[in-house]
Write a protein of this length. Sequence first.
Length: 235
Amino acid sequence: MTAALRPDRHPQDWYVEQTWTVQALMRMVAFDRDYLVWDPCCGLGTIPTAFAAAGFDAVGTDLVDRWLPTEPAHLFFGEHDMIGEQRHMLESWAMLSIVFNPPYSYADDIAERCVRRALSVASGKVCALLPIRWRASEKRFDFFQRFPPLQILEFCDRPSMPPGTALADIDPATGRPTAWRRGKTDYAWYVWDRHIPKPDTVTRIIPPRAPEQKVIDRLFDLRRVGVLPQLEMAA
């Protein structure tokens, strides 16, 4: 059964996280560098590229090839439906962590289905970027009883997650890009460790960024996706 779609939502829940959200995860979670990091919902490649820049082996796949042509092509391992019937060779990787921003609402229980699949495949960590309200659900009580996260890392800064089709939108009043200008939803990283199957979940707060850092972070991603030229400055 397919959930009712809102007209302002992307039909496949393609929403683009900023690089700083991935860097915040890496600062607060100790990842083993012997493990490959796979993002099965990689979109433009934000998560694999951020991990690769930090010295990890990282790759991405997605239902649709949306990989940025300016990002390293060898990090993209092709089109793949992570909850489909066909298996990907990455699912047989002996030392595998999964970090992803899964779809949330375009089909019933789609996020939980993706997380369950990730937990069945990964041998290391599973980290899912999801709204904080995702855990406040009677339907997911049994899931959290069976698969309690090791940590829930809640953002003080509300991340902005524009649809991938709106990254180049311009505010007609100011002539400036609208992408990542302000967040509307509270998010958290949900972190599982397959080596610790039944932990007592710890909730932690991701510290807020300084105002000047927010400007730097936004400019970085606007340039990364080609909305701004590399040397152009914008408020």
